[in-house]
Ligand binder design. Structure first.
Ligand code: HEC
Length: 156
C-alpha cells in the first residue's frame, strides 16, 4: 500500500519535472490536426504582437495597459507551445513551415520557447512599472525571441 503510494508520488513528480515528450503522429489525419492547432496557437500569438510592433515604431502611442494585457496573453500562449509541438509530424507529408529538426532538437527548441516566455514576463513587469524608456527594449526582446526560433525551426 505504502509502496504503491510512493510509486504514484514519484511518477507524478517525474511528470511535473520532465517536460512533455514528443510522440510521432500515428496517422496523416492526426499530423494534419496537430499542425492546424499549433498554427492556430501561433496565429493567436501574432494577434498580440501587432500593437507591440506599432508602439515600438511610434505608429501608436505607448499604452502600458495594452502592453500588460498582451504580454500576459503571450506568456500564457507561450506556455502552451511545448504541448502543441509535442506531436512529431515530420513523418508525414503535410503543409507546414515547421522544420523536421524541431523533433530531434527538443531541448533547444524548448529553450527558444522559454526565451519567449521570459521576454513576455519581462514586458509585463516593465509595463507595470510604467517607465516608458524601458518599453522599447522589452518589446524588442519579444520580437527577438520570435526570430530566434523562426530562424532555426521555421521554413521561410
Ligand atoms: C519556439 C519556437 C517559436 C517561437 C518562440 C515563435 N514561433 Fe512562430 N512559429 C514557429 C514554427 C515552428 C512555426 C511553423 C508552424 C507550422 O507551420 O506548423 C511558426 C509559425 C508562426 C506563424 C504562422 C502560423 C500559421 O498560421 O501558419 C506565425 C504568425 C508566428 N509563428 C508568429 C510568431 C510570433 C509573433 C512569435 C513571437 C511573439 C513567434 N511566432 C514565436 C516557431 C516559433
Amino acid at each position: 500500500m505504502i509502496k504503491k503510494t510512493m510509486a504514484v508520488l514519484v511518477g507524478a513528480a517525474m511528470l511535473s519535472t520532465f517536460s512533455v515528450f514528443a510522440e510521432p503522429a500515428k496517422s496523416a489525419k492526426q499530423a494534419k490536426g496537430a499542425t492546424e492547432y499549433r498554427q492556430a496557437l501561433l496565429t493567436l500569438v501574432k494577434s498580440n504582437v501587432g500593437a507591440l510592433g506599432a508602439m515600438n515604431k511610434g505608429v501608436i502611442p505607448f499604452n502600458a495597459e495594452t502592453l500588460q494585457t498582451n504580454a500576459l496573453r503571450i506568456e500564457q500562449l507561450s506556455l502552451m507551445l511545448e504541448d502543441y509541438f509535442a506531436t512529431d509530424t515530420s513523418g508525414f507529408n503535410i503543409e507546414t513551415a515547421a522544420l523536421d529538426k524541431i523533433w530531434s532538437s527538443q531541448s533547444d527548441f524548448n529553450d527558444k520557447i522559454s526565451a519567449l516566455t521570459a521576454a513576455a514576463v519581462n514586458l509585463n513587469k516593465v509595463a507595470k512599472a510604467g517607465d516608458e524608456s524601458q518599453f522599447k527594449p522589452a518589446i524588442g526582446q519579444v520580437f527577438k525571441s520570435c526570430k530566434g526560433c523562426h530562424d532555426k525551426y521555421k521554413a521561410d
